[in-house]
Design a protein. Structure first.
Lengths: 539, 150
């Protein structure tokens, strides 16, 4: 029953909660069914002219209005996150496009071995689906997002090239030569960045500010890729609409969602199908907040695993300082990658592995701020000479380490902290495992080897990177066993048969690469399953 | 003490200007201003909105360490006090660094001095050295490195 004083909307077939990477792909795919699909997004559209790179205060705005932490950004569409009990703070963006608005557009796929971790390495669990199942959806997504890459990477099964790769630059070339000296794998990175005119998107002009939004429109953000096509197919996107909870009936079916609209009026949106696409923190938050008499521990939580097994991908950062100029602030930040240490090697003291993403330098403000934080640039008269030795002369890498799922790493509801609509904020509890610590240490040591071989005169490292909790995974994992998973192998809740989860929450393991490509492939796969099973979807 | 949401007083502004002048002083040999330059400091004052509380606390700590007489100290004495401040209050010192750097390095004179055009990145963008794909020959020759999964 809808609560009194709540406006009741006209019923729709599908309501999607969130408008980010997964929601856009899912909505676009499902649009061909002609179903009435509504997407509720708590943030808003961002206009290209509003991105920081259009102004002289670009670096300031990238660190404030467009900061990756919602706790710093504090835009009207944001909700606070209590991440004090985690060495890694959550990063996200709340608006149409979601995390793609601020991601680096680094676009690796998971590897075939990532779906068989238990079988191959005896840890965690296997996914209920495999690389071959997702491969056509990876390929479809590459075409829809417009991916730049170089075919033939020996670290992956063959995959088609949609556009030529982004330029290596001085950074990629310098580090590539070092990798060749060491005999280690490297390759131009797959990037969701247009290197030529593509579906109305202009090619990249090396603004160097992918992480704060792309004013050029070269970066594949879902507000300019999937959403316009989905909306032409009559999918409706309602912005500034913050969902608070999912309602269910006596048959344990979802009946719709409660939300606050842009005028702070509480509404109920009835729907035949409810789809959660609010990321690995937002989705468990809302499902936990949907607890009721029938579902006292949160909706879709009969396994007790909702909000557990949070994975964040701990990052280490290793940077070198060179006598020769590097790329500095020019170009997409990440240029090449290495999968040399990706697969499990029994000779190491950890299982699973990591990839490196090799990165260019920074703008002058960031170079100065980081240089002072690292003790490379002093206050006072020597500031200028030290700055000139750092700015435009650095290159390095981040290692993206696979953290295995552990039930002690959780998203719960904070008992005190609430958003502007009074909805409980998520609380993150996360610790690094010994395996992750060893992997991070290994990646720093090998990173130093690489930068030394590249000729760096000075090397710094940070581990784990404290504000790099971009990759929010595992908190509503998929599986065939309802006792050990939240959704089934095609994203449907075991407990509520018209409730789906399509974001990174469903990951069983996270691999050691950025997840957006896989998140979208999974969303397209689930949409395909919904279409194929439409006549017995709830059986 | 003033509340956090009120603008800085003239006295607080003077102290802050002195602090940022220590973070990044002018250099006659390089021909660049310091962060306490009139134009740059005016820019700093327009951009401290999010940091006002931390900056006010930093100012209080610094001036308090000199019994309210920070501005009357000689420049070497100020530098020595700020060195101790950085040790004892690194987070507050960092707030001062950040607001100094973000306005200093967008000043036209400074950007030219470090080899940049004084303009935003968009719409002109930048050039990047193109790829040399022949460097990948050894990687190709080594062959596949991913694990097969049956």
């Amino acid at each position: 029953m809808v609560r009194p004083m709540v406006e009741r909307n006209e019923a729709v077939d599908v309501v999607i909660v969130g408008a980010g990477a997964s929601a856009a792909a899912f909505a676009w795919s499902l649009a061909e069914t002609g179903m009435h699909i509504v997407c509720l997004e708590q943030g808003d559209w961002v206009q290209p002219g509003d991105f920081p790179s259009t102004g002289r205060d670009a670096e300031e705005r990238a660190a404030t209005d467009f900061a990756i932490s919602p706790n710093i950004r504090r835009n009207p569409g944001d909700y606070p996150v209590n991440d004090k009990d985690s060495p890694i703070a959550v990063a996200n963006f709340n608006g149409v496009g979601g995390g793609t608005m601020l991601y680096a557009a680094h676009f690796p796929r998971l590897h075939p071995s990532d779906f068989r971790v238990k079988t191959l390495d005896g840890v965690a669990d296997d996914w209920p689906i495999d690389y071959a199942t997702l491969e056509p959806f990876y390929a479809l997504n590459d075409r829809k997002m417009g991916i730049s890459s170089l075919a033939g990477d020996p670290a992956y099964p063959s995959k088609p090239q949609v556009m030529p790769p982004i330029p290596m630059g001085r950074t990629g070339i310098t580090i590539g030569k070092a990798m060749n000296k060491l005999g280690w794998h490297w390759w131009p990175a797959d990037a969701a960045i247009a290197t030529e005119t593509f579906n109305g998107r202009a090619p990249c002009i090396n603004l160097g500010m992918c992480g704060a939004g792309c004013a050029q429109g070269a970066k594949a953000t879902t507000d300019i890729t999937y959403w316009p096509e989905a909306m032409r197919e009559r999918v409706e996107v309602r912005t500034r609409c913050r969902v608070s909870r999912i309602e269910t009936d006596a048959n344990n079916r979802a009946t719709g969602v409660y939300y606050f609209d842009g005028d702070n009026i509480e509404r109920f949106q009835p729907a035949e199908i409810v789809v959660m696409a609010s990321n690995g923190v937002g989705t468990p938050r809302l499902l936990l907040n949907s607890a009721s008499e029938r579902f006292p521990n949160g909706l879709a939580n009969s396994s007790g695993l909702l909000g557990k097994n949070l994975m964040l991908h701990p990052y280490a950062q290793i940077r070198g300082y060179f006598d020769e100029p590097m790329d500095g602030y020019r170009g997409p930040h990440i240029c090449t990658w290495s999968m040399e240490f990706y697969e499990t090697d029994p000779s190491r003291d950890f299982v699973r592995g990591y990839c490196y993403q090799f990165s260019r330098g920074q703008g002058p403000v960031t170079a100065a701020v980081n240089g002072m934080a690292d003790g490379l640039i002093p206050w006072g008269e020597d500031h200028h000479s030290a700055f000139r030795g750092v700015f435009d002369h650095s290159a390095g890498m981040a290692s993206i380490c696979e953290d295995l799922p552990e039930e002690i790493n959780t998203v719960t509801l904070d008992s005190d902290l609430r958003d502007s609509n009074g909805i409980p904020a998520p609380k993150i509890t996360y610790r690094l495992s010994e395996n992750s610590e060893r992997m991070l240490a290994h990646s720093i040591a090998r990173g130093r080897d690489i930068l030394t071989a590249a000729g760096a005169r000075h090397i710094t490292s940070r581990s784990p990177l404290p504000h790099a909790g971009w990759h929010l995974m595992g908190t509503a994992r998929m599986g065939t066993d309802p006792r050990r998973s939240v959704v089934n192998e095609w994203g449907r809740s075991h407990d509520v048969r018209n409730l789906f989860v399509i974001d990174g929450s469903v990951f069983v393991t996270g691999g050691g690469v950025n997840p957006t490509s896989t998140i979208q492939a999974v969303a397209l796969y689930i949409a395909d399953q919904v279409k194929n099973r439409i006549y017995d979807l709830f059986d | 003490m003033m509340s956090a949401n009120q603008p800085l007083t003239d006295h607080e502004k003077q102290i802050l200007r002195t602090i940022v002048g220590h973070v990044i002083p002018a250099s006659g040999s390089l021909g660049v201003p310091g962060a306490d330059d009139e134009t740059i400091f005016a820019d700093i004052l327009t951009s401290v909105r999010r940091d006002e509380a931390a900056l006010r606390e930093a100012i209080d700590v610094v001036d308090g360490a000199a019994d309210g007489g920070f501005l009357a100290l000689s420049r070497p004495q100020q530098a020595e006090l700020l060195g101790r401040f950085r040790q004892s209050h690194p987070t507050l010192a960092r707030s001062c660094e950040v607001i100094a750097a973000r306005c200093y390095y967008r000043d036209d004179r400074v950007m030219r001095a470090i080899g940049m055009e004084p303009r935003p990145p968009f719409p002109l963008g930048f050039d990047v050295v193109p790829s040399d794909l022949s460097l990948l020959d050894p990687v190709r020759q080594r062959g596949k490195i991913y694990r097969e999964v049956n």
